[in-house]
Design a protein around this ligand. Structure first.
Ligand SMILES: *Cc1c(COP(=O)(O)O)cnc(C)c1O
Length: 960
């Protein structure tokens, strides 16, 4: 099937239709022609040649392997998976075996109604996942005994770094006060925190805090429970001493252990952080996993990341939405509490459902069983005369085996068990939910020990003073769902409240909500991928490394850079890593003063927030009325900061949805002043196969694999934000966060707990590129352009398109300007966004990058029918705005201001609005067949911020 007159057909070896024709919504030539005719172009290439500046176009096609069919791609993934070796994982160090309940795996992790959802910024269509995330916050808050928990953090190590920064913000101690990390923290956590401190120039000291606090002013201390060596320690005295000295306290804690151990909040800690992986989330070779962060009352406004809160809707019904967003990067920019945008929503939801399903009794039973295995193992070691590092422990025992550690770890691997090689004399063994008596027996045998007991034990291997006595997970939601039928229905009930890609186009500009195909998703839960611990010996992860290596090479080919690191687990983390690379480069050149980062006013909030975390000062560059970078202002800012210029961060095509023809000039000007160019690659969907940022002037870019490369958004994560760099920055790519292991992509500051970050979702992007091939990927970019321009052309007479490039064309997204209509009618862009819900649509991006506008990005995956449905909805809405303008009804009384319309409102016995119920709920004929009713009406966000509630409300709250 020829895609355009100019393009060769997408041929494939096998008989199946080309995957690209399944992925691309406008594959039929007839549909394409309709759209091209509207735009006035003969061919797709003619349109693309006009839209994309010739000055940046690639001269040659991408050099990628021939596209595979879905079957062949899956066969290849099977082959790669089979090259990994799955053993019983007892390495621990923050990652543990766990059973994902199949009902949760199938109905959450593998269900498009959960994984294709977007971040819940539009709360009325997100009540299901907001409830699930609120369950997560309640679970964390209960287990840590700290009242406010967010949802969620990216991984345990970076969460600890965020906790350290939180303590520095919240504690008014002297600016030179240091942060002290207990030496019994996981090594990867110490490394990531040290990296943050290095970038920001504050002191971090590592000390054995059981011996007391070091001298000098201290802003905060970090303890771990249980410690790196497995020890369960009563931290009361240390915490008291810290408080007396004016220091704040963070405890990194294992949630499963906290079912048995006194929680950090009860010991006086200000902050608790940790990983929730062992609550049903596979090892995934290191991630994605949801980390958590909880704080005591009074610290909520310093909290990083997203926080779900309780508020009410127009009828006074209890409703959820994101709380205290003025802390976040998208509003606060360089003054934000952190740069986190995409987090780990899907994994947080999975962990929360694990707690819902098991309940407090189930979790305690799992913890006790795990603890008993450790005790039986320790007893066997003792009987064999082998001493252990700590007499107190929960699940982890360090055996002292002078000179024999390497041999024992090798013997264990041969017997099917992975143990942790701590040093030449020490072996660590961590038990978990999946451990059986046979496992304990087998491992003991490797040490030359015999298991005398396999029975469950009810005693505790730690002092009574740290045994937990308080209750947790007492809310009904953690106590009522025990049968699989109930669980299945609960998951269905929640997902039915939401709009995800499985029901509607999600035309969110800048977010690239494209198809996440089943063939891309399928392999991620295969045990040969999902069951690999991040710290296994290299020979057990050969398949993983081959897959990663190939994906790296493909992304390098696509971007035109020299090297790439897949370690950053979100776009924000890629930005941070990329800016650290720039910083490292300047420092190595002796340019110690270069710390100014130029950022256009139009930039994404993460850019400014990341620059601050990388120790830079943000200087804003103006945009022109046409949306381009204001060259005069750029010149002035470069001149003013010439000697201290570190970098410019630009997004290309710009956040205004246009290809800026001057981009090469911008890059050259910055380079001439000694600065580096960071090109934010979140809009790469408009470039793949057409232009390469590494070629037209960038020194470094991050990509969003959860936008351009088909990883689903998961309702707010996971993400992968690889950072790609030119030759001269290669040494500064993120290094290895663990002390052991030779594999590194660079030698710079690590940004996550594992070398490959959220490795577990990389097969999705791998499959996407493998099945699309060079032609398919290029065709996707061209189609994304076609669809965006078609929408712009069709809607232009109803809503002005704010910014355009050559010949009035946009790139892969367009901004619809509501401001004049708002002035005339009072109808806001938000009203339009909410009214779209009544048509069954997820709103476009609201108020970014320009307040009072909507940014529409259809992506290549939407078909013409869906695009027409969207256009029809927008045109109908425009007619309603005209009715407000003509005085048919006041804006406050209009279907726009009163949108969305839940069923309970339209069937209510009282209806006193000037428009009919029919118009309210069925503004389009086709809704009579397929109608989505939101569960709540417009939500009052401010009310919830004034009355902050961030854990599950009591059932009575839902009574009318
Ligand atoms: C999405 C986006 C980011 C941030 O990516 P996350 O993965 O959400 O951290 C940065 N810049 C731009 C332009 C984006 O659209």
């Amino acid at each position: 099937m020829a895609l355009t007159s100019g393009d060769p057909p997408l041929t494939q070896q096998a008989s199946s239709p080309a995957f690209a024709n399944r992925h691309i919504g406008i594959a039929a030539p007839a549909d394409q022609q309709v759209m091209l005719d509207t735009l006035g172009y003969d061919t797709l290439d003619a349109l693309v040649d006009t839209a994309v500046p010739a000055s940046i176009r690639s001269s040659k096609a991408l050099d990628l392997p021939p596209a595979l069919t879905e079957e062949d791609s899956l066969a290849e993934l099977r082959r790669l998976a089979s090259m990994n070796v799955v053993k019983t994982q007892l390495i621990g160090q923050g990652f543990y075996g766990t059973h994902t309940p199949p009902v949760i795996r199938r109905n959450v992790l593998e269900s498009p109604s959960w994984y294709t959802a977007y971040t819940p910024y539009q709360p009325e269509i997100s009540q299901g996942r907001l409830e699930a995330l609120l369950n997560f916050q309640t679970m964390v808050s209960d287990l840590t005994a700290l009242p406010i928990a967010n949802a969620s953090m990216l991984d345990e190590s970076s969460a600890t770094a965020e906790a350290v920064l939180l303590m520095r913000r919240a504690n008014k101690a002297a600016a030179d006060a240091k942060t002290v990390l207990d030496s019994n923290l996981f090594p990867q956590t110490i490394k990531v925190v040290q990296g943050r401190a290095q970038a920001l120039g504050f002191e971090v000291e590592i000390a054995d805090l059981s011996q007391g606090l070091p001298e000098g002013p201290i802003s905060g201390i970090v303890l771990q429970q249980p410690g790196n060596n497995g020890a369960v320690v009563d931290h009361t005295a240390t915490i008291r001493e810290a408080k007396d000295r004016g220091a704040m306290v963070t405890v990194v804690a294992d949630l499963l252990a906290l079912t048995l151990i006194v929680p950090p909040g009860e010991q006086g800690a200000d902050v608790a952080v940790g990983n929730t992986q062992r609550f049903g989330v596979p090892l995934f070779f290191g991630g994605p996993h949801a980390a958590y962060l909880a704080v005591r009352a009074g610290l909520e406004r310093s909290l990083p990341g997203r926080l779900v809160g309780v508020s009410k809707d127009q009828e006074g019904r209890t409703a959820y939405r994101l709380a205290l967003q003025t802390r976040e990067q998208h509003i606060r920019r360089e003054k934000a509490t952190s740069n986190i945008c995409t987090a780990q929503a899907l994994l947080a939801i999975t962990a929360s459902m694990y707690a819902v399903y098991h309940g407090p009794d189930g979790l305690e039973a799992i913890a006790k069983r795990t603890h008993a295995h450790a005790q039986n193992f320790a007893a066997a070691l003792a009987a064999a005369g082998i001493s252990v590092a700590s007499e107190t422990y929960f699940d982890t025992v360090w055996a002292s085996v002078p000179g024999r550690a390497k041999a024992i770890v090798a013997d264990a691997a041969a017997a099917g068990f992975n143990l942790r090689l701590v040093d030449a004399d020490t072996v660590g063994v961590s038990f978990d939910e999946t451990t059986t008596a046979e496992t304990v027996e087998g491992v003991a045998r490797v040490f030359g020990a015999e298991l005398s007991a396999v029975d469950p034990i009810d005693s505790l291997a730690f002092p009574a003073s740290v045994a937990r006595t308080s209750e947790y997970l007492t809310h009904p939601i953690f106590n009522e769902i025990r049968s699989e039928t109930q669980m299945m229905r609960y998951l269905r009930r929640l997902s039915d409240r939401d709009l995800a890609l499985d029901r509607t186009m999600i035309p969110l500009g800048s977010c690239t909500m494209k198809l996440n195909s089943a063939a891309e998703m399928e392999s991620i839960s295969w045990p040969e991928f999902a069951g690999i611990h991040p710290y296994v010996p290299e020979e057990q992860s050969v398949g993983w490394r081959e897959l990663i290596h190939r994906l790296e090479a493909w992304l390098i080919e696509i971007t035109g850079y020299a090297g790439i690191s897949l370690q950053p687990n979100a776009g924000s983390q890629g930005e941070y890593a990329g800016l650290l690379a720039i910083r490292g480069y300047h420092l190595a050149n002796g340019d110690t003063e270069r710390d100014v980062c130029l950022i256009p006013a139009s930039a994404h909030g993460t850019n400014a927030a990341s620059a601050v975390l990388a120790g830079m000062r943000v200087v804003v560059v103006k945009n022109t009325d046409e949306g381009a970078i204001d060259m005069a202002d750029l010149d002035a800012k470069i001149e003013a900061h010439r000697d201290v210029l570190s970098a410019i961060m630009i997004t290309y095509p710009s956040t205004y949805g246009v290809y800026d023809a001057d981009v090469r000039d911008v890059c050259e000007k910055v380079h001439a002043a000694g600065g580096q160019v960071y090109i934010d690659g979140a809009n790469m969907n408009a470039l793949v196969g057409l232009a390469q940022p590494g070629e037209f002037g960038g020194d470094v870019s991050h990509l969003n694999l959860h936008k351009t490369f088909a990883i689903p958004h998961g309702g707010g994560g996971p993400g992968v934000g690889p950072v790609a760099v030119a030759e001269h920055l290669l040494p500064y790519l993120p290094g290895n966060p663990t002390t052991e292991g030779e594999i590194t992509t660079g030698d710079g500051i690590p940004v996550a707990a594992t070398v490959f970050g959220s490795a577990g979702v990389l097969p999705i992007s791998y499959a996407y590129v493998a099945m699309m091939g060079a032609e398919g990927l290029t065709q996707a970019s061209k189609t994304a352009l076609l669809s965006a321009n078609y929408i712009a052309a069709r809607l232009r007479e109803h809503f002005p398109v704010l910014f355009t490039g050559n010949e009035g064309l946009v790139a892969h997204e367009c901004i619809l300007d509501l401001r004049e209509l708002t002035t005339k009618s009072g109808v806001t862009a938000e009203d339009v966004a909410k009214r779209l819900i009544d048509f069954g649509f997820h709103a476009p991006t609201l108020a970014f990058p320009v307040a009072g506008t909507l940014m529409v990005e259809p992506t290549e995956s939407e078909d013409l029918g869906e695009i027409e449905r969207f256009i029809e909805a927008m045109v109908t809405i425009r007619a309603e705005i005209d009715e407000v303008i003509s005085g048919a009804y006041a804006v406050e009384e209009s279907p726009l201001r009163n949108a969305p319309h839940p069923a309970s409102v339209v069937v209510s016995d009282s209806w006193e609005r000037p428009y009919s119920r029919e118009q309210g709920a069925f503004p389009s004929e086709r809704l009579r067949v397929d109608k989505y009713f939101p569960p709540v009406s417009r939500i009052d966000g401010a009310f919830g911020d004034r009355n902050l509630v961030c854990s599950c409300p009591p059932i009575e709250a839902f009574e009318e």
